[in-house]
Design a protein around this ligand. Structure first.
Ligand SMILES: [Zn+2]
Length: 278
C-alpha cells in the first residue's frame, strides 16, 4: 500500500513536471533563452493599495447584521417578519443600494467607487429563514445579502441545507464564513482549534458553493489584536460588530451593527450614528 502511494506520487510529479514545461516550449518556439523571454514581458504596474491610515480615513459603509427572523421572540438577536421587511423596505425607499464584500474591500483598499448610499446586509449563524425569508425579501427590493455560515449546522433542522447554500452563491449573494462551531476566534492561536474551526470547514464550504470563501465574521463579533492580525492569512476581510475597530488591522476588523426589533426610522438613525464613529 505504501509502495503504491509512493508510485502514485512519482507518476503525479512526472505529469505535473511535463505540464509545467509545456507552456514554455510552445510560448518560445524560437528557442530564445529564458532571460530574453522575461525581459520582453510587459510588467503590469502594481496597483497601489491604501495605507492603514488611508483606510481609516475613509467613510464607513453601514453593515447590518441579522440573526433570527421569527415571530414571538423578544431578544436583540431576533426581528419579527414584519419588522424585517419594514427595515429592508425603508432602506430601498431611502435610496440605499446593497453592496457585497468585494465592493467594500475594493473601496477601502483601492478607492473604487460605491453607490451614493451603500449598505451591506448580513446574516449570521446559517438559520434556514435566512434562505426562506431573508433571500426573497432582499430580492423583492433589489438587494443582495451576505450570509456568514457556521458550518456545523449543515442540513440540520432550522438551518440551511448545503443545496440552499450553493443556491445563495449561485444567485449572486455572498457566502462568508463564521467558524465551524462558533468557537471564539481568540482561541484560534491553537493549531488544532484553527484547523477544526477555520481551515478544514472553510475548504469544505468552498467545495459546497464552488467558489472561494474570502470573508469572515468573528463568532460573537469578538477578536483581539493577535487574532485580527492572524486573519490576514485566511481571509481578505473580516467583520466585528459595533465595537471599536482595530487601528492596526482595519481590514480584518470591519464594523457591523445588529439590527434589532426597531422601527424603520430608528434603524436609519442608528445606522447613521453607529457608522459615523469607529
Ligand atoms: Zn454567530
Amino acid at each position: 500500500m505504501f509502495k503504491l502511494k509512493y508510485l502514485i506520487v512519482i507518476i503525479a510529479s512526472f505529469f505535473l513536471f511535463s505540464a509545467c514545461n509545456k507552456p514554455s516550449s510552445s510560448d518560445n518556439p524560437e528557442g530564445n533563452d529564458s532571460t530574453q523571454t522575461s525581459t520582453s514581458e510587459v510588467v503590469e504596474p502594481e496597483i497601489k493599495k491604501n495605507s492603514t491610515v488611508e483606510i481609516l480615513a475613509k467613510k464607513q459603509v453601514p453593515v447590518l447584521c441579522y440573526h433570527r427572523i421569527e415571530n414571538g421572540r423578544s431578544d436583540e438577536y431576533t426581528v419579527s417578519l414584519a419588522t424585517f421587511e419594514a427595515q429592508i423596505k425603508v432602506l430601498a425607499d431611502s435610496g440605499y443600494m446593497s453592496i457585497n464584500p468585494d465592493e467594500y474591500y475594493d473601496y477601502l483598499v483601492y478607492n473604487k467607487e460605491l453607490p451614493e448610499k451603500p449598505v451591506m446586509i448580513s446574516f449570521d449563524d446559517s438559520r434556514v429563514e435566512h434562505f426562506t425569508i431573508g433571500k426573497p425579501i432582499l430580492e423583492k427590493y433589489g438587494f443582495k445579502g451576505v450570509f456568514f455560515i457556521m458550518t456545523i449546522t449543515y442540513n440540520k433542522k432550522n438551518y440551511m441545507s448545503t443545496e440552499q447554500l450553493a443556491e445563495l452563491a449561485k444567485t449572486g449573494h455572498t457566502v462568508g464564513f463564521h467558524s465551524w462551531d462558533h468557537t471564539r476566534a481568540i482561541r484560534y492561536n491553537n493549531d488544532s482549534i484553527l484547523r477544526v474551526n477555520v481551515i478544514e470547514p472553510k475548504n469544505k464550504l468552498e467545495e459546497i458553493i464552488g467558489k472561494p470563501v474570502e470573508y469572515f465574521a468573528y463568532p460573537y463579533g469578538l477578536t483581539n489584536a493577535e487574532t485580527t492580525a492572524q486573519m490576514n492569512d485566511h481571509f481578505k476581510m473580516s467583520f466585528i460588530l459595533s465595537t471599536k475597530q482595530d487601528t492596526i488591522n482595519p481590514i480584518q476588523s470591519v464594523r457591523r451593527m445588529i439590527a434589532p426589533e426597531w422601527s424603520p426610522q430608528s434603524l436609519i438613525r442608528a445606522m447613521e450614528k453607529t457608522f459615523s464613529r469607529r
